[in-house]
Design a protein around this ligand. Structure first.
Ligand SMILES: N[C@@H](CCC(=O)N[C@@H](CS)C(=O)NCC(=O)O)C(=O)O
Length: 204
């Protein structure tokens, strides 16, 4: 199995955390879809990372599909519950974390544009609202619980953790810890796990 990703991609990190938790060996190839000679478009017509290539040579994308595939492999515990109601709840956490992260990614990319080419304040405000409202719901739903969903570590914790990790990396000026003490407590525990500490985004 091969995973194409980049060190700065939060969605690739999500898959790398998942692989480590499931103890699945996988070759990690650092390559963007638009790099000259990149093999990513061969396996994913959208030319995005993460892209997983199975041992049978099939390209899988995007990250929700990849983690669904990986959960059926390896020796580690199931990270996506099998029961329908629980599965939907865990996947909702994932969708929320993915959405918060997407908003953080586009803000981060936009801020690198020259000032005169940047989007309007309205646009920034709309993206920021996705982050603010998303974190508020996560904070409330987590409450005093140890895990985001149920009594065990699941994809919901991975998703929340990678989203918070990306905020630290991509928008470090956003002080989400002070305003979200439940998430801060969760992040401290998650970031100490091997799967998180071995996949951190590069220092800037
Ligand atoms: N929904 C996708 C998002 C993947 C994504 O946006 N990847 C970015 C890197 S973080 C990318 O490859 N962008 C290149 C492009 O859009 O052409 C997933 O969860 O895998």
């Amino acid at each position: 199995m091969k995973l194409y990703g980049t060190p700065g991609s939060p969605f690739a990190r999500k898959v790398r955390i998942f692989l480590e938790e499931k103890r699945i060996p996988c070759e990690y190839i650092v390559q963007r879809g638009r790099d000259p000679g990149s093999r990513v478009p061969e396996f994913n017509p959208l030319a995005k990372v993460p892209t997983l290539v199975t041992d049978a040579g099939k390209g899988l994308y995007d990250s929700p599909v990849i983690v669904e595939y990986l959960d059926a492999q390896g020796e580690g515990p199931r990270l996506i519950p099998e029961s329908f109601a629980e599965r939907i709840e865990v996947r909702r956490w994932e969708a929320l974390a993915d959405g918060v992260t997407e908003a953080a990614v586009v803000i981060n990319h936009e801020l690198r544009e020259p000032k005169d080419k940047q989007r309007s304040q309205d646009w920034y405000g709309r993206q920021q609202l996705k982050i603010d409202r998303g974190l508020a719901v996560m904070e409330k739903d987590l409450g005093a619980n140890e895990f985001c969903f149920g009594e065990h570590f699941t994809l919901a914790d991975i998703a929340t953790g990678y989203a918070l990790g990306y905020l630290d990396f991509g928008l470090p000026e956003q002080d989400w810890r002070t305003t979200h003490p439940n998430l801060a407590r969760l992040a401290k525990r998650l970031f100490a796990r091997k799967s998180f500490s071995e996949t951190t985004h590069p220092q800037k």
